[in-house]
Design a protein around this ligand. Structure first.
Ligand code: 4NP
Length: 161
Protein backbone atom coordinates (compact mmCIF):
# COMPACT_ATOMS: atom_id res chain seq x y z
CA UNK A 1 0.00 0.00 0.00
CA UNK A 2 1.23 3.48 -0.85
CA UNK A 3 0.22 6.57 1.13
CA UNK A 4 0.69 10.19 0.01
CA UNK A 5 0.69 13.13 2.46
CA UNK A 6 -0.21 16.51 0.97
CA UNK A 7 -0.02 20.10 2.18
CA UNK A 8 0.30 23.48 0.47
CA UNK A 9 4.04 24.04 0.38
CA UNK A 10 5.38 20.51 1.04
CA UNK A 11 7.99 22.07 3.31
CA UNK A 12 6.21 22.02 6.72
CA UNK A 13 3.20 19.78 7.45
CA UNK A 14 3.40 17.01 4.82
CA UNK A 15 7.17 16.47 5.29
CA UNK A 16 6.53 16.07 9.03
CA UNK A 17 3.64 13.70 8.20
CA UNK A 18 5.87 11.64 5.89
CA UNK A 19 8.61 11.45 8.53
CA UNK A 20 6.22 10.63 11.39
CA UNK A 21 4.41 7.87 9.48
CA UNK A 22 7.69 6.47 8.08
CA UNK A 23 9.09 6.15 11.60
CA UNK A 24 5.94 4.51 12.94
CA UNK A 25 5.88 2.07 10.01
CA UNK A 26 9.50 1.15 10.71
CA UNK A 27 8.98 0.83 14.47
CA UNK A 28 6.03 -1.51 13.79
CA UNK A 29 7.88 -3.51 11.09
CA UNK A 30 5.31 -2.42 8.52
CA UNK A 31 7.70 -0.55 6.23
CA UNK A 32 7.99 -3.47 3.78
CA UNK A 33 4.23 -3.48 3.38
CA UNK A 34 3.38 0.24 3.37
CA UNK A 35 5.32 3.18 1.91
CA UNK A 36 4.78 6.92 2.36
CA UNK A 37 5.66 10.00 0.32
CA UNK A 38 4.63 13.69 0.39
CA UNK A 39 4.07 16.58 -2.02
CA UNK A 40 2.40 20.00 -2.35
CA UNK A 41 1.17 22.68 -4.75
CA UNK A 42 3.35 25.77 -4.36
CA UNK A 43 6.41 25.82 -6.62
CA UNK A 44 8.27 28.52 -4.63
CA UNK A 45 10.36 25.93 -2.80
CA UNK A 46 10.77 23.32 -5.53
CA UNK A 47 13.29 20.58 -4.63
CA UNK A 48 14.20 22.34 -1.38
CA UNK A 49 14.53 20.42 1.89
CA UNK A 50 11.83 20.92 4.55
CA UNK A 51 11.69 24.34 6.24
CA UNK A 52 14.12 24.44 9.17
CA UNK A 53 11.38 24.85 11.80
CA UNK A 54 9.61 21.70 10.57
CA UNK A 55 12.93 19.82 10.52
CA UNK A 56 13.78 21.09 14.01
CA UNK A 57 10.38 20.05 15.39
CA UNK A 58 10.67 16.56 13.87
CA UNK A 59 14.24 16.21 15.16
CA UNK A 60 13.07 17.09 18.67
CA UNK A 61 10.93 13.95 18.43
CA UNK A 62 13.76 11.81 17.04
CA UNK A 63 12.71 12.03 13.38
CA UNK A 64 15.12 13.12 10.65
CA UNK A 65 13.32 14.64 7.64
CA UNK A 66 16.20 16.66 6.18
CA UNK A 67 16.75 14.25 3.25
CA UNK A 68 13.27 15.01 1.85
CA UNK A 69 12.89 17.29 -1.19
CA UNK A 70 9.89 19.40 -2.16
CA UNK A 71 7.82 18.24 -5.12
CA UNK A 72 4.46 19.03 -6.71
CA UNK A 73 1.38 16.82 -7.01
CA UNK A 74 0.95 15.32 -10.48
CA UNK A 75 -1.87 13.41 -12.17
CA UNK A 76 0.20 10.21 -12.07
CA UNK A 77 0.18 10.33 -8.27
CA UNK A 78 -3.46 9.24 -8.40
CA UNK A 79 -2.32 6.05 -10.14
CA UNK A 80 0.69 5.47 -7.90
CA UNK A 81 -0.92 5.99 -4.48
CA UNK A 82 -3.73 4.06 -2.77
CA UNK A 83 -4.59 6.71 -0.19
CA UNK A 84 -4.01 10.47 -0.21
CA UNK A 85 -4.27 12.59 2.94
CA UNK A 86 -4.65 16.38 2.93
CA UNK A 87 -4.14 18.82 5.79
CA UNK A 88 -6.92 21.36 5.09
CA UNK A 89 -9.79 22.33 2.80
CA UNK A 90 -7.53 24.46 0.57
CA UNK A 91 -5.44 21.36 -0.09
CA UNK A 92 -8.62 19.37 -0.76
CA UNK A 93 -9.75 21.89 -3.38
CA UNK A 94 -6.30 21.93 -5.02
CA UNK A 95 -6.23 18.12 -5.20
CA UNK A 96 -9.72 18.18 -6.71
CA UNK A 97 -8.56 20.54 -9.47
CA UNK A 98 -5.71 18.20 -10.43
CA UNK A 99 -7.80 15.01 -10.12
CA UNK A 100 -9.26 13.48 -13.28
CA UNK A 101 -12.41 11.79 -11.98
CA UNK A 102 -14.38 10.57 -8.93
CA UNK A 103 -12.18 7.48 -8.65
CA UNK A 104 -9.17 9.74 -8.07
CA UNK A 105 -11.04 11.74 -5.43
CA UNK A 106 -12.24 8.57 -3.65
CA UNK A 107 -8.63 8.12 -2.56
CA UNK A 108 -8.50 11.54 -0.90
CA UNK A 109 -9.38 12.35 2.70
CA UNK A 110 -8.49 14.82 5.42
CA UNK A 111 -5.74 13.40 7.65
CA UNK A 112 -7.62 14.47 10.77
CA UNK A 113 -10.66 12.41 9.68
CA UNK A 114 -8.68 9.45 11.04
CA UNK A 115 -9.27 11.00 14.49
CA UNK A 116 -12.70 12.60 13.97
CA UNK A 117 -14.28 10.85 10.97
CA UNK A 118 -16.23 13.09 8.63
CA UNK A 119 -15.46 16.32 10.52
CA UNK A 120 -12.94 17.54 7.90
CA UNK A 121 -10.86 19.21 10.61
CA UNK A 122 -7.62 20.92 9.58
CA UNK A 123 -4.00 20.62 10.55
CA UNK A 124 -3.46 24.42 10.66
CA UNK A 125 -0.63 25.75 8.50
CA UNK A 126 2.33 26.64 10.78
CA UNK A 127 4.14 28.52 7.96
CA UNK A 128 5.06 31.96 9.32
CA UNK A 129 4.17 30.83 12.84
CA UNK A 130 6.04 30.08 16.05
CA UNK A 131 7.72 26.93 17.39
CA UNK A 132 4.49 26.31 19.31
CA UNK A 133 2.53 26.28 16.03
CA UNK A 134 4.92 23.72 14.57
CA UNK A 135 4.67 21.57 17.69
CA UNK A 136 0.86 21.78 17.55
CA UNK A 137 0.85 20.67 13.89
CA UNK A 138 3.26 17.85 14.79
CA UNK A 139 0.96 16.60 17.58
CA UNK A 140 -2.16 16.69 15.37
CA UNK A 141 -0.36 14.71 12.67
CA UNK A 142 1.18 12.29 15.17
CA UNK A 143 -2.21 11.48 16.71
CA UNK A 144 -3.72 10.76 13.27
CA UNK A 145 -0.76 8.58 12.25
CA UNK A 146 -1.10 6.48 15.43
CA UNK A 147 -4.66 5.65 14.38
CA UNK A 148 -3.55 4.89 10.83
CA UNK A 149 -0.91 2.47 12.15
CA UNK A 150 -3.52 0.69 14.30
CA UNK A 151 -5.81 0.32 11.26
CA UNK A 152 -2.95 -1.12 9.19
CA UNK A 153 -1.88 -3.45 12.04
CA UNK A 154 -5.44 -4.71 12.48
CA UNK A 155 -5.64 -5.21 8.71
CA UNK A 156 -8.64 -2.91 8.85
CA UNK A 157 -7.66 -1.76 5.41
CA UNK A 158 -11.16 -1.13 4.08
CA UNK A 159 -11.31 1.89 6.35
CA UNK A 160 -7.89 3.04 5.18
CA UNK A 161 -8.22 2.55 1.44
P1 4NP B 1 3.04 23.79 4.38
O1 4NP B 1 3.29 25.33 4.71
O2 4NP B 1 1.85 23.72 3.46
O3 4NP B 1 2.73 23.17 5.73
O4 4NP B 1 4.32 23.27 3.77
C1 4NP B 1 3.56 26.25 3.68
C2 4NP B 1 4.85 26.49 3.30
C3 4NP B 1 5.12 27.38 2.27
C4 4NP B 1 4.07 28.05 1.63
C5 4NP B 1 2.76 27.79 2.01
C6 4NP B 1 2.49 26.89 3.04
N1 4NP B 1 4.34 28.97 0.60
O5 4NP B 1 3.38 29.56 0.06
O6 4NP B 1 5.50 29.15 0.25
Amino acid sequence: MRILMICTGNICRSPMAEGILQKKLKDNHLDNFVSVDSCGFEAFHLEEPPYYMAAKTAKKHGIDIEHQRQRLLSEEDFDTFDKIYVMDSYNYQCVKQISRNDEDMNKVDYLRNLVYPGKNQHVPDPWGGTEKDYEHAFQLIDEACDILIEKIKNKNLDSVI
